[in-house]
Ligand binder design. Structure first.
Ligand code: ATP
Length: 263
């Protein structure tokens, strides 16, 4: 599959070349290649269990492929330390439960650990970056609250904050809007778009084609572990492609589309 050109075909920040992955004898991904560019939002879509989260973990170097390779700036991840990778790629997981009642400010500040080290002292600069991100995401009013006592959506925003203070230029988000109300979804999506416009590469999985249409430069459609299509949302997120991707009947798709149009 050819990659779609993106913004004049600059060198990718991150590449995945011909990835395969399986759990025991269950093949999850096969022949997956994708480049990630600075300044873009890349949305990964596909049915439940099709391998989106697994692909993110491979791109992060948290899991090793059974075939193929992932590289940062031309260097395979296997040759880079976790610290180096953390300096460039930040991850916002789908679910995160903290066993301790850290404050939201402390959770966000954890993203600075790779700057100061786990036992290192946080500097004034660390504290400033944390406050700026709390304000940018409009969660500064939650800063002193225990992370264990805020809503799922608020936790999601705190995790985005933790990723931002890390200073990485690639953000990977696993269904970032899944627990958010309509207003927070709209704000988070706008924030992700702004981050890409500021030069970040944003990679996110989503179950919502309209979220990809709203902010993504490219969408990658994954089905049964194989890339069905990659291109601009207008090119690849056609009604027919969505119907096939999610095995919808024409009536189901039409009813859903009517509901979206009415929203
Ligand atoms: N630890 C594991 N051991 C065995 N199989 C696993 C494990 N984690 C995931 N799988 C399987 O790998 C496949 C891909 O899972 P993955 O979580 O990547 O899918 P996904 O597309 O992100 O799904 P969803 O949209 O439901 O979050 C699924 O069939 C899943 O059951």
């Amino acid at each position: 599959m050819t990659q779609q050109p993106f913004k004049g075909r600059r060198a990718p920040l991150l590449y995945a070349d011909n990835l395969a992955f399986h759990y025991d004898d269950h093949e999850v991904l096969n022949s997956v290649s994708v480049d990630v560019f600075a300044g873009e939002v890349l949305a990964l879509l596909g049915p439940n269990g099709t391998g989106k989260s697994t692909l993110l973990k491979l791109l992060l170097g948290l899991t090793q492929p059974s075939r193929g390779s992932v590289g940062l700036g031309g260097t395979p991840l296997t040759q880079l330390s976790r610290r180096t990778i953390a300096g460039q790629i930040a991850y916002v997981p789908q679910h995160h439960v903290s066993p301790f009642p850290y404050s939201v400010r402390q959770v966000v500040a954890m993203g600075r650990f790779h700057h100061s080290g786990l036992l290192g002292r946080s500097s004034q600069r660390d504290a400033l970056v944390v406050e700026q991100v709390l304000q940018r995401l409009r969660i500064d009013h939650l800063a002193g609250r225990p992370y264990t006592e805020i809503s799922g959506g608020e936790r999601q925003l705190a995790l985005v904050g933790r990723a931002l203070v890390q200073g990485a230029n690639i953000l990977m988000l696993d269904e970032p809007a899944s627990a958010l109300d309509f207003g927070h979804q709209a704000r988070l999506l706008a924030e992700l778009r702004q981050l890409a416009d500021d030069g970040y590469a944003v990679v996110m999985t989503t179950h919502h084609p309209h979220h990809a249409r709203m902010i993504a430069d490219r969408a990658l459609l994954l089905k049964n572990g194989i890339v069905n299509a990659v291109g601009t949302p207008a090119e690849v997120l056609t009604p027919v492609a969505i119907q096939q991707l999610y095995d919808l009947s024409e009536q189901e798709l039409a009813a859903f589309t009517r509901g979206m149009a009415a929203a």
